[in-house]
Design a protein around this ligand. Sequence first.
Ligand code: HEM
Ligand SMILES: *[C@@H]1O[C@H](CO)[C@@H](O)[C@H](O)[C@H]1NC(C)=O
Ligand SMILES: *[C@@H]1O[C@H](CO)[C@@H](O)[C@H](O)[C@H]1NC(C)=O
Ligand SMILES: *[C@@H]1O[C@H](CO)[C@@H](O)[C@H](O)[C@H]1NC(C)=O
Length: 480
Amino acid sequence: MSLFALGLLTVIIISITNLLLYKWWKPKHKANLPPGSMGWPLIGESFQFFSSNTSFDIPPFVKQRMIRYGPIFKTSIVGNPLIVSADQELNYIIFQQEGQSFQSWYPDTFIEIFGRQNIGSLDGFMYKYLKNMVLSLFGTESLKNMISEVEVAVLKHLHQWCRMDSVELKDATARMIFNLTAEKLISHDPESASENIRENFVDFMKGLVSFPINIPGTTYHKCLQGRKKAMKMLKQLIQERRMNPRKQNKDFFDFVLEELSKERTLLTEGIALDLMFVLLFASYETTSQAVTLAMKYLTDNPLVLQTVTEEHESILKSRQNLDSQLSWKEYKSMTFTFKFINETVRHGNIVPGIYRKALKDVSFKGYTIPAGWAVMVCPPAVHLNPDIYENPLDFNPWRWEGGEINGASKHFMAFGGGMRFCIGADFSKVQMAVFLHYLVTNCRWQQIKGGNILRTPGLQFPDGFHVRFSAKSSSVKGQI
Ligand code: HEM
Ligand SMILES: *[C@@H]1O[C@H](CO)[C@@H](O)[C@H](O)[C@H]1NC(C)=O
Ligand SMILES: *[C@@H]1O[C@H](CO)[C@@H](O)[C@H](O)[C@H]1NC(C)=O
Ligand SMILES: *[C@@H]1O[C@H](CO)[C@@H](O)[C@H](O)[C@H]1NC(C)=O
């Protein structure tokens, strides 16, 4: 109760002090701003924006305003005037104009959590430099070698799961995916204290887009504490590694240390640590949510499960050598699985909003987006638009038949678009496909409880997703 009062007080004080500021910017652009309400001073429409819902549909906040104002409207969230775009043409322009009319931007909550020097906040030369560094780790050539690493981790975890009475999938997949990514980035050794790093990443999805009230008890506060601890551990790890450099099995840390030791390098330890932190987060939360969602869709749609299973069993059947491992060629042949993955990320909408800032006044369809305003591209509004995807709330992988859905890049933005397109998209597809391969060929499972989603607006599984696994006796390879 006192916590609530304190929070309320903070909000009221901030609102009053910002009233003047609000008056200052409001009349300036009145003429041709998109329609919409700016709500209360400072608080804006934050309460409505953060209200949770249990549906897979477009968040009610956006949906109601789309009906009232059309696909482009203005609002104000935690002190930031914001244009929301559910319009695929405008989204396309926003992505294509990166660095010209628009620039990557994150609310202050993101910046505090991700660090001021994280890759999302950087632009220009430094950004390109970091991007190339990351691409060398997650590019096609590296991915080919990664199949076998993903294989080892997946088999190990499936093996464990089949021996448990009940597995909570959100947590279990998160462990598996974190294990994989951390292996790639920092060769984390679960025997040492570093398993705790993962604990600090819990709750991030909730805290990222939340009220930035940093007092004990708030999700935001928890996130900031998590960042502090995780950064401390990463710092410690990098120092340890500096003392004991590796000659073999180099990971991203070794790569970073090599870069740092070069003369005239652009990289600083601060930037490297922020990058590491963002990569761990960006890969871990998103992919583990995608895997959990995939399991949910398979559980709820027996025909889809059957079709995926047939595809993977036929891969095994057409093998010459039964003991061989999954090859890149086999990976590439999983056509239905890729449709299933596309449908999973379309329907699941793991990323509810992608943020930018207008660098100059931008005119679009008679509206002006003023320089300095934030812009939020809303992928769910596109992915659940019935003009693009028929019966959008149906989970239907077959809709991807024939490859390109008319105008793919404008209609599919689960991994973003333009210059800032997700660096890890292919990595996450490898992880998912390899996981699915071993899952459907080796295991059966049964839902026990949970499996409901909640959007706040970030995706969550409030009561988990509990299933019981068992090994398929007919398992062709008999590995589990
Ligand atoms: C299903 C899994 C994933 C989803 C849905 C996803 C989604 C996204 C989206 C929507 C963006 C665009 C953000 C923006 O434009 O501001 C993005 C960027 C990014 N993603 Fe992912 N991602 C996933 C997996 C990964 C993985 C596995 C990695 C690790 C390598 C990763 C690393 C990044 C990075 C570093 C960026 C920033 C790129 C830039 O600013 O140029 N993501 N991701
Ligand atoms: C979710 O949103 C719908 C549509 O706005 C609303 O009718 C429903 O009550 C909401 N459900 C929850 C649990 O908030
Ligand atoms: C992560 O992977 C390592 C090595 O592959 C393994 O020893 C460890 O048990 C895994 N950690 C967890 C939490 O599953
Ligand atoms: C998945 O979506 C992407 C982006 O729209 C598209 O290029 C690709 O062809 C799709 N894959 C399948 C198998 O339909």
